[in-house]
Write a protein that binds this ligand. Structure first.
Ligand SMILES: Cc1cc2nc3c(=O)[nH]c(=O)nc-3n(C[C@H](O)[C@H](O)[C@H](O)COP(=O)(O)OP(=O)(O)OC[C@H]3O[C@@H](n4cnc5c(N)ncnc54)[C@H](O)[C@@H]3O)c2cc1C
Length: 521
């Protein structure tokens, strides 16, 4: 995935694209993969870095959603469970089974959740990741050594999937590129263009690197701008009624000692009626999330002091050693693009998606979940093809191995998430042994990954590498700040850029990283 190649392909093209996709998050990438693998000519444009919006800020679960089952959204859970199974089959290097323990402090809870999670298994059918079990208090403690033991009556174990959101995103974009798709980051769409009949027939796009602006003509434009999709809809109709009810969700990241196990902990009912997870993730403990309605969508959301206190307090009720603010290594927030439903609280809005025609030639897709991106894309491309009068080619993604597919990537150790690309990263080290240098003693990342990110994954800034190609910023913001100068140096060498660029990159990254540290709260 070489940016200059994709850029010149996009700028040189005179014929209309079959589809132009606005937005390089889970939804847009899914649409690009679906369209490219069917044989359509597709161009995806992302205004910042791929995954810079919501898709890098999830809880990293590929799940049916036990909470939605409790809310009675059986259809949604069924669909997500089906997609969960497909995703593990198509990207086994990225999606794995994660056992969850739900600790119960009353016998009634134990019976209630035992039944509920049996229903969850039944809905998953053959695609289930493991059987749920009702377990004793001592078994809960064996699986969750740091759980609060006082009053514990037992628990329930069930299974869901875990993944790394941005690694999957990059591999989706690479899958689209492998099948002829063109994808470009740092390329905002600034306007929609109209044909003689008044329908949308293309976009004006700017290359933030080179500054050039050009028109990309399209048979159909897909607006996959997530929480920002109303901004794009308003490019077509300034009076368009907003579709998205934005809701912020935040997480905190702690040391592994808070959950030194391969099981996750599920808090089934928080004071605001949600669930809270504590999850082992990349050798750390990820705890979240909240659900707070927000009036407008910031480019760089930040966890509020109230959210952080809420997470710490709720987790503290279930952990023998309650986490404190000073234990937080990083905190990050994301905005859910929930579809509006008449003033209801965002926590009660179903995570269903919507696809709608906003103007002739313009389709908007929003809502949904990471887990269901493929299904959303299939529906969206079906609608797009019909709207644009494209030949009806069948969807091919149900059993499509994604880029990086590897049946047992664990053989690659710390590079396992690269799947079949891991030997490519290792080849860089063979060619230049000092690229084996670890970038920080507390994180597993090596210099070769920075070079790989620039050469093969379109990383353009220090934040691209530290927040999304690796997860350093989300795991340990202090460590990421210390890594920034070295990452800037490696990137500058690759990109052939001068010292002033390095200094600016480090400064901008440090400013960004303050949002991930709790000191400001
Ligand atoms: C806190 C939280 C936890 C979550 N946890 C999970 C989970 O565990 N499992 C799960 O399945 N789902 C989860 N989700 C849901 C999931 O993350 C989202 O449904 C999904 O990431 C939305 O992706 P998207 O592509 O629609 O939006 P985004 O990722 O926001 O992508 C939209 C992109 O459009 C770009 N864009 C906007 N305007 C323009 C323009 N004019 N030109 C070009 N580009 C533009 C933006 O920069 C952005 O990158 C979670 C969500 C949140 C907030």
């Amino acid at each position: 995935m070489n940016r200059p190649d994709h850029l010149s392909r996009a700028q040189d093209r005179r014929d209309p694209w079959d589809l132009v996709v606005i937005g390089g998050g889970a939804t847009g990438a899914g649409v690009a993969v679906d369209a490219a693998t069917r044989g359509y000519d597709v161009l995806l444009l992302e205004r910042g870095d791929f995954g810079g919006g919501t898709s890098s800020r999830s809880t990293k679960l590929v799940h049916g959603g036990v909470r939605y089952l409790r809310q009675g959204h059986v259809g949604l859970v069924l669909e997500a469970l089906r997609e969960r199974g497909r995703l593990r089959r198509n990207a086994p290097h990225l999606v794995h089974n994660l056992p969850f323990v739900l600790p119960c402090y009353s016998r009634l809870d134990k019976a209630f959740y035992g039944l509920g999670l049996t229903a969850y298994d039944l809905l998953a059918g053959k695609a289930r990741f493991g059987r749920s079990l009702v377990i004793s208090a001592s078994e809960v403690q064996r699986r969750l050594p740091t759980v609060r033991a006082e009053g514990l009556r037992g628990g329930v174990v069930y299974h869901d999937g875990q993944f790394d959101d941005t690694r999957l995103l990059i591999h989706l974009l690479m899958t689209a590129a492998d099948h002829g798709g063109t994808v470009i980051n740092y390329a905002p769409v600034t306007e929609l263009t109209r044909g003689p009949g008044g329908g949308v027939d293309g976009v004006i796009v700017r290359d933030l690197d080179g500054g050039m602006e050009w028109r990309a003509a399209a048979h159909v434009v897909v607006n996959a701008a997530g929480p920002f999709c109303d901004e794009v809809r308003q490019m077509a109709d300034a009076n368009a009624t907003p579709l998205v009810a934005a809701s912020q969700g935040s997480h905190v990241v702690l040391d592994r000692s808070f959950l030194p196990t391969d099981h996750a902990l599920l808090v089934p009912k928080t004071p605001d009626g949600r669930v809270l997870f504590a999850i082992p993730w990349h050798g750390h403990t990820l705890v979240g999330t909240t659900d707070v309605p927000i009036p407008s969508v910031p480019m760089e959301p930040r966890a509020t002091a109230e959210e952080i206190d809420f997470i710490l307090e709720t987790a503290g009720r279930y952990l023998a050693r309650p986490p404190r603010r000073e234990d937080i290594l990083s905190t990050f927030a994301g905005v859910r693009p929930l579809v509006k439903a008449g003033g209801r609280h965002t926590a009660s809005l179903a995570r269903d998606h919507t696809i709608r025609v906003d103007a002739p030639g313009l389709l908007t897709i929003t809502g949904g979940k990471w887990t269901t991106y493929r299904h959303m894309a299939e529906e969206c491309v079906n609608r797009a093809a019909a709207l644009a009068g494209l030949p009806r080619w069948p969807c091919r993604t149900r059993d499509l191995p994604l880029h990086g597919y590897h049946a047992d990537a664990s053989e690659f150790g710390d590079l396992a998430m690269y799947g079949s690309d891991a030997p490519g990263v290792r080849a860089l080290i063979d060619a230049e042994p000092n690229l084996t240098e670890r970038l920080h003693p507390e994180l597993p990342y090596v210099a070769a990954e920075v070079v790989w990110a620039v050469r093969s994954e379109m990383a353009r800034t220090v934040a691209d590498v530290l927040a999304r190609r690796t997860r350093a910023l989300l795991l340990n913001a202090g460590a990421a700040i210390q890594m920034a100068p070295r990452v800037a140096m490696l990137m500058a060498r690759e990109l052939g850029i001068d010292a002033a660029w390095k200094t600016k990159q480090v400064r901008v990254f440090n400013e960004l990283a303050t949002n991930y540290r709790v000191s400001w709260v």
